[in-house]
Design a protein around this ligand. Sequence first.
Ligand SMILES: [Zn+2]
Length: 191
Amino acid sequence: MLTINVTPTLNAGWIAYFAPYSMERHHDLIARMAVRPGVTLSMLGETLDGQPLDCLSITDAETPARKLWLIARQHPGETMAEWWMEGLLERLTDPADALARKLRRQHVFHIVPNMNPDGSRRGHLRTNAVGTNLNREWQTPTLERSPEVYRVLEAMHRTGVDFCLDVHGDEALPHNFIAGFEGIPRSRTIS
Ligand SMILES: [Zn+2]
C-alpha cells in the first residue's frame, strides 16, 4: 500500500510516482554536456510528437578501441534511469576524474539519456506517444510505431556496438542488478 498524506496549500497539486525528471531538466542536461570538451551532440531523429532524440558522443580517442552504447528511460516513468544518466555524464566529462580520463582516451561512449521524450512529456509510465512499449520493439521497430528505437538502432549499425547498457528502474526491488542480453542473436555478455 502506498499512502500519501498532504495538506494542500494551493488549489492544484501534482503527485509523482518517482522523483520527477522533467524535459526542462533534460534540455538543461543536454545543453550543459554538449559544450564540454570531447563531447559531440547529435540528433538521431525526431519523435512522433516532434521532439529531438538526443545522443551525446564522448571520447578523447582518435581511434577508439571500443564503441560503448548507454541508453536509458525507454520506460519514461522510470525517471531514476535519467537521474542515473546525469550522474554518469557528470563523472564521465569531469576533467579531474582519472578513471573517466582513461576511459575517454581509450573508448567512445554513445549516450542516449532519454529514449522516450514523448512518454516523458506526456507523463506515461511505460509507453511512447502512440502507446508502444519501446522495450518490446528492438526486433522490428518501425517509424510509425517506434521511431525512437528505429533511429537508435540505425545509429548503432552505423557505429558498431561492443557493449550496450540499457538502464531501467524498479519501485519494488531493494537492490541493483545487471541482466544479460540473453536471446539476442550475435550478442554475448561481458563479465
Ligand atoms: Zn523499464
